[in-house]
Write a protein that binds this ligand. Structure first.
Ligand code: P6P
Length: 335
C-alpha cells in the first residue's frame, strides 16, 4: 500500500517487517523473526568490517575454501556470525554457505526454512576498503518439519525462494530484500543500531547507460558478447566494474545498468554461484522489474544439481539484458 507506515521513509526495519507480516493473513511470524535474525548478524558484521584494519582481522586466514579462494579472516568471521544468529534464531534447519563445503544442518530441526548465503562476497576488496556484501536466499523446507534434511530441501530452483536480499557494507550500510511483494531498501544508522526504510518499493530503470564486466578477460568471451561490448562502446556507455558483485548490482538497480559475468574459456559455467549469489539477486532483480539470465534461461528457473555450482550471470535493466540475449541468439543461430 502506498499510504501509511509501510512506505513512509524512516520507519524501522522491525516495524516494516511487522507491518508486512500483518499483510500476510497466514503469516505466523517465523519469516519475520528470520529476517530480524539476519539483520542482527548484519549489524555485527558491519561493525567488524568497519574496524577490520584496526583489529588485525583483515588479511587472509591462511586457508582456502571449496572455491579454492584464499579465505579472508572476515569471510570466516562473517560466516560464524550469520551461522550463530540463524542457529540461535531457531527458524532455520539448514544452511548452504559459500564458506562451508557441505550443508550445515542445525541440531534443532524445528526450523521450517533453509538459507543459502554468501556471508561476505567480494572479500578480496576488504583490505583496499572497497564495498563488500552479504547475499542470502530463504527457502521453505519441503520435507516434514523436524525430520532429517533431504536433498530436495536443499536443491530448490530459485523460483521457490520465499525471500532474498543482500547487505552492502559501503559508504553506508544497507539491507535490501524482497519477500515476493516488491523490493525495499533500509539504511543502517549505527548511532541508533537500527535499519531505517530509505528506499521504499525500489524499481530498476528499464534501460541504462552503465555496463559492468571484467574486460580484462575479453579474449575469453564468445563472439556474441564481444559484439555487444563493441555496441556499448559505439554508444559511449559508461564502464563501471567494482569487482564486488553486490556493489555493482546495487548501483545498477538504482541507476539502470547491466552486470555480466559470462561463461569464459577458463570458467565454462562462469564464476558466480547459483545457490547463494545468482538466485538471490535474480529474485530481487525481477521484483524490481529487471531481468536475470544465464544466457539461455531465466536464472530462477535453473534446477540446481550441485551445492556450489557456478552459473553465467547477465543481470540488470530489462532492455539491456534482452539486447544481450538477442545478440547471443543471433550468433548461436549462425553456428
Ligand atoms: P573477477 C568477487 O570475488 C566476485 O565473486 C564478485 O563479487 C565480483 O563481481 C567478481 O567475483 C569479480 O571477479 O574475476 O572479475 O575478479
Amino acid at each position: 500500500d502506498q499510504s501509511g507506515l509501510a512506505n513512509s521513509v524512516g520507519v524501522t526495519l522491525d516495524r516494516f517487517i511487522k507491518k508486512k507480516q500483518d499483510d500476510f493473513t497466514f503469516a505466523s511470524g517465523e519469516l519475520s523473526q528470520l529476517l530480524r535474525d539476519i539483520a542482527l548478524a548484519a549489524k555485527i558484521v558491519n561493525r567488524e568490517t568497519n574496524r577490520a584494519g584496526l583489529s588485525r582481522i583483515s588479511g587472509s586466514f591462511g586457508h582456502t575454501n571449496i572455491q579454492g579462494e584464499d579465505q579472508q579472516k572476515l569471510d570466516v568471521i562473517a560466516n560464524i556470525r550469520f551461522m550463530r544468529a540463524l542457529s540461535k534464531g531457531g527458524e532455520v534447519c539448514a544452511i548452504i554457505s559459500e564458506e562451508d563445503d557441505e550443508v550445515v544442518e542445525f541440531k534443532n530441526k524445528s526450523g521450517k526454512y533453509v538459507v543459502a548465503i554468501d556471508p561476505l562476497d567480494g572479500s578480496s576488496n576488504i583490505d583496499v576498503n572497497v564495498s563488500i556484501g552479504t547475499i542470502f536466499s530463504i527457502y521453505r523446507r519441503v520435507t516434514p518439519i523436524g525430520s532429517q534434511i533431504r536433498t530436495e530441501d536443499i536443491m530448490q530452483a530459485g523460483n521457490t525462494q520465499v525471500a532474498s536480499g543482500y547487505i552492502i557494507y559501503g559508504s553506508s550500510t544497507m539491507l535490501v530484500y524482497t519477500t515476493g511483494r516488491g523490493v525495499n531498501g533500509f539504511t543502517y544508522e549505527p548511532s541508533l543500531g537500527e535499519f531505517f526504510l530509505s528506499h521504499p518499493d525500489m524499481k530498476a530503470p528499464q534501460n541504462g547507460e552503465i555496463y559492468s564486466i571484467n574486460e580484462g578477460i575479453y579474449n575469453q568471451f564468445d563472439e556474441g558478447l564481444k559484439s555487444y561490448l563493441q555496441l556499448c562502446k559505439s554508444r559511449k556507455l559508461c564502464a563501471r566494474y567494482i569487482g564486488s558483485l553486490v556493489a555493482d548490482f546495487h548501483r545498477n538497480l538504482l541507476k539502470g545498468g547491466i552486470y555480466i559475468y559470462p561463461a569464459t574459456s577458463s570458467l565454462p559455467n562462469g564464476k558466480l554461484r547459483l545457490l547463494y549469489e545468482a538466485n538471490a539477486l535474480a529474485f530481487i532483480a525481477e521484483q524490481a522489474g529487471a531481468v536475470a539470465s544465464n544466457g539461455t534461461n531465466r536464472i530462477l528457473d535453473v534446477m540446481p544439481t550441485s551445492l556450489h555450482q557456478r552459473t553465467p550471470l547477465i543481470i540488470g535493466s530489462k532492455k539491456m539484458v534482452d539486447e544481450v540475449l538477442a545478440i547471443n541468439n543471433k550468433f548461436s543461430d549462425q553456428i
